[in-house]
Design a protein around this ligand. Structure first.
Ligand code: HEM
Length: 149
C-alpha cells in the first residue's frame, strides 16, 4: 500500500451535492460574480493586480467566472479552464492578498444570498483558495524548515 502526503488529501475535492435552491441559478450567480469583481476592481491592493492582467474587456472574465461558479455550485460542468496555471503566472500576489480576496467575497456573498447559501459559497471559495495557495506558495524547503530539518 502506498501512502500519500497528508496535505494531498486535504486539497482533493470532496464528493458534493449540487446546491438545490430556487434562488441559486445562473442569473443570481452571475449577479454575485459581477458585484464581487466590481468591488475587487475598486480595492486598492487587488484592483491594480487585476487591471494589469485584464487590460481590456472584462466581459469574457466575468462570463468565465460565472461558468466557474455555476460548475462549483450547481455542478453543471460549464467551466473547462485550469485555475492553477492562471494563478501561478501572477508573480506579485501574496498569501495576504488571498485574505483580502476572501473577505470581499464573504461580504458580497452574505449581502446577496441568505446566510445558509452564502456559507456554501464561502466554504467552497475558502477550500479553492487553500488549493491555489498550496500551488503558489508551498515549497518543500519551507516544509522541511517547518519540520525543523
Ligand atoms: C488574491 C487572490 C486572487 C487573485 C489576485 C486572482 C487573480 C486572478 C487573475 C488576474 C486571473 C486571470 C484573469 C484572466 O486572465 O482571465 C484569475 C483567474 C481566475 N481565478 Fe483568480 N485570483 C485570486 C483568487 C482566486 C480564488 C480564491 C478563486 C476561486 C475561489 C479564483 C478563481 C479563478 C478562476 C476560476 C480563474 C479563471 C482561470 C482560467 O480558467 O483561466 N481566483 N484570477
Amino acid at each position: 500500500m502506498t501512502s500519500k502526503p497528508v496535505f494531498l488529501d486535504r486539497i482533493r475535492p470532496a464528493a458534493e451535492q449540487s446546491l438545490a435552491s430556487p434562488s441559486v441559478d445562473r442569473a443570481s450567480i452571475g449577479a454575485l460574480v459581477r458585484e464581487f469583481y466590481s468591488r475587487v476592481r475598486k480595492d486598492e491592493r487587488l484592483g491594480p493586480i487585476f487591471a494589469r492582467e485584464i487590460a481590456g474587456d472584462w466581459e469574457p472574465h466575468l462570463e468565465k467566472m460565472t461558468d466557474f461558479w455555476c460548475s462549483v455550485i450547481l455542478k453543471n460542468g460549464d467551466y473547462h479552464g485550469r485555475p492553477v496555471p492562471a494563478h501561478l503566472k501572477l508573480k506579485d500576489v501574496t498569501e495576504e492578498d488571498f485574505e483580502i480576496w476572501l473577505a470581499l467575497f464573504r461580504k458580497t456573498a452574505s449581502e446577496l444570498f441568505t446566510p445558509e447559501i452564502a456559507a456554501v459559497f464561502v466554504e467552497r471559495a475558502e477550500r479553492i483558495a487553500t488549493s491555489l495557495k498550496l500551488a503558489m506558495f508551498f515549497r518543500l524547503s519551507s516544509a522541511a524548515s517547518a519540520a525543523g530539518e
